[in-house]
Write a protein that binds this ligand. Structure first.
Ligand SMILES: Cc1cc2nc3c(=O)[nH]c(=O)nc-3n(C[C@H](O)[C@H](O)[C@H](O)COP(=O)(O)OP(=O)(O)OC[C@H]3O[C@@H](n4cnc5c(N)ncnc54)[C@H](O)[C@@H]3O)c2cc1C
Length: 435
């Protein structure tokens, strides 16, 4: 589209999978809409990237379906199941030089040294806390001191970039199911990795390309989309947004920009005050194409959790162990993720890279000189923190926005911790209410 539409009934802001799904629903029902996106292409975090012969995702993304049976059933995604594979999870935790199958709490048999005994004893003597008041208490009362100390606390504190006693029990959604004592005992007593539990025991991934396949399906066929159009200001009273391409008047807005950012764009002092208390992490994702196959010490793990606080990354993923066709066969493709709190300055990129490569080299996982492609992405809003203010502030913000006909959608609009499937659903269901 070359001339900016100056007026629309429904403005859809942000063309990630939430915005694209919402726009598809509006187009299907013949509503007057305009979808605007700051980047040159839609897809948001669910894009894939090609650099020369290297193919990566923006960061590792796996499709976990709970409500739909297969990618082909996802509304408006235009997917064919033959283009996807249903894959069993093979993830691990790095501990004292070994890979322990994940979930660690159900695979204690593999925990190295004396930690194995300590973990089960700690579990059997776990403190009874009737109503845990924080994520930390929930973990301690569910799994006991030693499983927490070895893995659950340091790992989750690394990914959330904060102490877990600052996070409320609402952090514990379906992504952290309640412990199963019988399985913990079984996993301690017997060999044989127990990989079948948790929300992500299996997942879908494209057979030959990256997760961007899903985003392209959702974006295809949209006939009212304006890319390279960042919203720079929102006037909630006169229902107008300002972009470098011009102003756009709207009656109602569906918006997937991060809620905190949305409040900042309004300039409204009350919204700004509420939004200032919203906390989140930022993630640095380093994508690497390496000239040799992944080293044997990584086993066949698809991703590895790194609880050790000395190491500057919380997870590494091995694309080549998920899809052998995404990149040439004689090379390997990996990603490394580092979390940074929102209230600290961003680390200097060269320093962070040196530190990451130092540790990857020490571990024997990747040598910098073997990398054919090194590509870095900063994700400004990665994990929303469910601290003790989150619910009150989000509810107040939502009420005000609703009274101005603004309806947030998607993982960051809703300021939530939701999957791609739920993100797509949030876009479609909110759009449906408009029609
Ligand atoms: C590290 C990490 C790993 C993840 N792994 C998984 C996984 O394995 N499986 C899974 O199901 N989910 C995963 N997720 C979650 C998944 O990324 C989200 O659910 C999904 O991408 C959210 O889509 P969205 O459309 O809501 O937001 P986004 O993808 O963030 O889309 C928002 C869009 O708004 C645009 N935008 C921003 N500002 C402006 C502006 N001012 N003007 C116009 N446009 C703007 C952006 O460019 C973007 O296109 C992961 C998330 C992270 C951070």
């Amino acid at each position: 589209m070359h001339t900016l539409k100056k007026k629309t009934d429904i403005l859809v802001a942000g063309a990630g999978i939430a915005g694209c799904a919402a726009a598809q629903e509006l187009q299907d029902k013949e509503a007057d809409y305009l979808l605007v996106e700051k980047n040159a292409e839609p897809g948001g975090l669910t894009r894939s990237i090609s650099i020369g012969e290297a193919h990566f995702d923006y960061t590792g993304h796996y499709l976990h379906l709970a409500k739909f049976k297969s990618p082909a059933e996802l509304p408006y995604a235009k997917q064919n199941n033959q283009d996807w594979r249903l894959i069993k999870r093979r993830s691990s935790v790095y501990m004292d030089g070994k890979l322990v199958p994940s979930p660690l709490q159900y695979n204690l048999y593999y925990v190295p040294g004396t930690k194995r005994e300590r973990c089960i004893t700690g579990f059997r003597n776990r403190p009874k806390i009737e109503k845990p008041s924080s994520f930390k208490e929930y973990l301690l009362s569910g799994f006991g001191h030693d499983i927490c100390e070895c893995f659950l606390l340091p790992y989750n504190e690394k990914i959330m970039a904060c102490s877990l006693d600052k996070l409320s029990i609402d952090s514990v959604t379906r992504f952290f199911p309640a412990p199963d004592p019988e399985m913990i005992e079984k996993g301690y007593a017997r060999e044989g990795a127990n990989n079948d539990t948790g929300y992500n025991a299996s997942f879908w991934y494209p057979a030959r390309q990256g997760i961007g396949l899903l985003a392209s399906g959702l974006a295809s066929g949209l006939n009212s989309i304006q890319t390279c159009c960042p919203i720079e200001k929102i006037d909630i009273s006169s229902k107008k947004v300002y972009t470098p391409l011009g102003e756009i008047l709207y009656n109602r807005m569906l918006i997937s920009l991060p809620l905190k950012r949305l409040c900042e764009l309004t300039g409204d002092p009350y919204l700004l005050g509420l939004a200032s208390a919203l906390r989140h992490t930022r993630v640095f994702c380093l994508n690497l194409l390496v000239r040799c196959p992944a080293p044997e010490c990584l086993g066949d793990s698809q991703w590895i959790y790194i609880p050790d606080k000395e190491m500057p990354f919380y997870r590494i993923g091995i694309y080549s162990h998920i899809s052998s066709e995404m990149n040439p066969r004689d090379v390997s493709a990996l990603y490394v993720e580092t979390s940074v709190p929102d209230d600290q300055p961003l680390p200097v990129m060269t320093v962070l890279l040196d530190e990451i490569f130092l540790h990857l080299d020490r571990l024997g996982w990747v040598k910098r000189e073997d990398c054919i492609t090194i590509s870095a992405n900063w994700i400004g809003f990665a994990y929303v923190l469910f601290d003790h203010h989150r619910n009150i502030n989000v509810n107040k913000i939502m009420d005000i926005l609703k009274s101005h006909d603004i309806y947030p959608i998607g993982r960051y609009g809703l300021w939530d911790y939701i999957s791609m499937e739920d993100t797509i659903i949030s876009g479609i269901e909110t759009a449906r209410k408009f029609i």
